[in-house]
Ligand binder design. Sequence first.
Ligand code: ITT
Length: 188
Amino acid sequence: MHKSFDLYFVSSNSHKYKEAKNILDSFGIKLGFLKLTLEEIQSNSLKEIAENKAKDAFSKCKKPIIIEDDGLFIDSLNGFPGPYSSYVFRTIGNNGILKLLSSKRNAKFVSLITYCDKKNLKTFDAKLDGTISKSQKGKGWGYDPIFIPKNSRKTFAEINHKNELSHRFKALKKFSNWYLHKLESNDR
Ligand SMILES: O=P(O)(O)OP(=O)(O)OP(=O)(O)OC[C@H]1O[C@@H](n2cnc3c(O)ncnc32)[C@H](O)[C@@H]1O
């Protein structure tokens, strides 16, 4: 029989789940996984996309859930691929991005975690500044081989402490502060 959880991560991307699970484990929160492709509206607002995804996830799962919506924003491309990061990764990929860039390589990773249950819809966001490398380095998923976090010389794919500093870690830390407080006040 499947183990049941108080909180589920709903996503089509198991890399995101694995990282979120490790991070939340470190805050004492157990996280289940529901692998689903969610409705993703087209919008320039990550918050609107995330909240829409969360409502869709809750209506399918009927249990408290979180979803995550991310974007890689490259300064010299006016924030591209931003809300279109998933589509751009699937189409032109990391090599396509590298071909678009010249000397200015500043970028940021943004993560939005949205929690949804019967009563609450709440979003927590965080960003991590960095730069885009000149070539792909290290073995990692998504944009990890080309994203160098601030104060590092290595890409996300080359470092082993990504989960202690990533955009995902920062957004999940905000979420867990709120969530643990909510659980405590429900117990009172
Ligand atoms: O089903 P969902 O949860 O929506 O999964 P997704 O892979 O479509 O997820 P997003 O839209 O949130 O992600 C946008 C893109 O950014 C990439 N991405 C997000 N976080 C990343 C990370 O920590 N490292 C590397 N790439 C990342 C990811 O591969 C996607 O192509």
